[in-house]
Design a protein around this ligand. Structure first.
Ligand SMILES: Nc1ncnc2c1ncn2[C@@H]1O[C@H](COP(=O)(O)OP(=O)(O)OP(=O)(O)O)[C@@H](O)[C@H]1O
Length: 251
């Protein structure tokens, strides 16, 4: 289990300390697909960075699978909105970068890289550079790079927000497939209610207060069912989340 226990985090803004999280608690079960949704500035990215070990809480503790989190860990992958690709490397070089950085032997990483490039539908563009790719392809490269590391925790900060509607839906389906196949534990930040209901086995609605609060926790047991998007249950969950966001947003 992942445990965020009584965590505090504040940012210095000008001459004041702004408390983003105070005594914040959260548990994430293995294999969950947790979605964080809430108004801009409520602290979603901050929570993701805490889970990644990129920020360390000033009080409290985070444990990942029982281990106290003191810094970034190899098995946690994070995907950001800007894709994080190196423009001077082609698709294949970008995908294998993580493995190279972690000093894996070439014969091992070449097989992993080829398999994942194929799975992500990138074989035809494996020698292309990021500037020659569409937004959806760039995001698939970023996802491929994260998956080469065989993460046990995948954190994603609005990974699909820059994509057109249809590409976004296709990538949502790809993400859902990966989550189901690999039984990965994922935490996804999004501003899209639809995306939250389509991808989250549990959805946390955060409120833009100081400190941040969870105003709703929605279990979504039908996630991943065929044609879920078209069902009344999907619509009901989305309407409920919208009502929480409208009531909970202090903007
Ligand atoms: N490095 C920083 N220094 C000072 N304040 C910060 C820093 N990073 C974030 N903040 C502030 O902390 C608050 C929470 O930021 P965070 O990025 O976590 O929100 P968010 O919910 O992810 O927002 P968005 O949806 O717009 O990405 C915001 O008010 C932001 O301005």
């Amino acid at each position: 289990m992942i445990e965020v226990m009584n965590c505090n985090l504040a940012y210095v803004q000008g001459t004041t300390m702004v408390k983003i999280y105070t005594d914040f608690n959260l548990k994430i079960e293995p294999g969950e697909s947790l979605v964080l949704i809430g108004p801009s500035g409520c602290g979603k990215s901050t929570l993701l960075y805490l889970l990644a070990g990129l920020l360390i809480p000033s009080g409290g503790e985070i444990k990942i699978w029982g281990e106290p989190l003191k810094k970034t860990r190899q098995k946690t992958a994070i995907i950001l909105q800007e894709y994080g690709l190196f423009p001077w490397l082609n698709v294949e070089q970008n995908v294998r970068l993580g493995l190279k950085v972690r000093h894996q032997p070439k014969r091992i990483y070449q097989n992993i890289v080829s398999e994942i490039i194929h799975k992500m539908g990138l074989s035809e563009v494996r020698h292309h550079f990021p500037s020659q790719l569409s937004g959806g392809q760039k995001q698939r490269v970023a996802l491929a790079r994260a998956l080469t590391l065989k993460p046990d925790l995948l954190l994603m900060d609005e990974p699909l927000s820059a994509l057109d509607a249809l590409t976004r839906e296709r990538l949502q389906e790809l993400l859902l497939g990966i989550w189901q196949e690999e039984k990965l534990t994922t935490v996804l930040v999004t501003h899209s209610i639809e995306e939250a209901v389509f991808l989250g086995s549990r959805i946390l609605v955060l409120k833009n207060g100081r400190p941040t609060e969870i105003v709703g926790e929605i279990l979504n047991p039908l996630v991943g069912q065929k044609s879920y998007r078209q069902t009344p249950e999907f619509f009901e969950k989305a309407t409920y989340i919208r009502s929480l966001l409208e009531g909970g947003a202090a903007e």
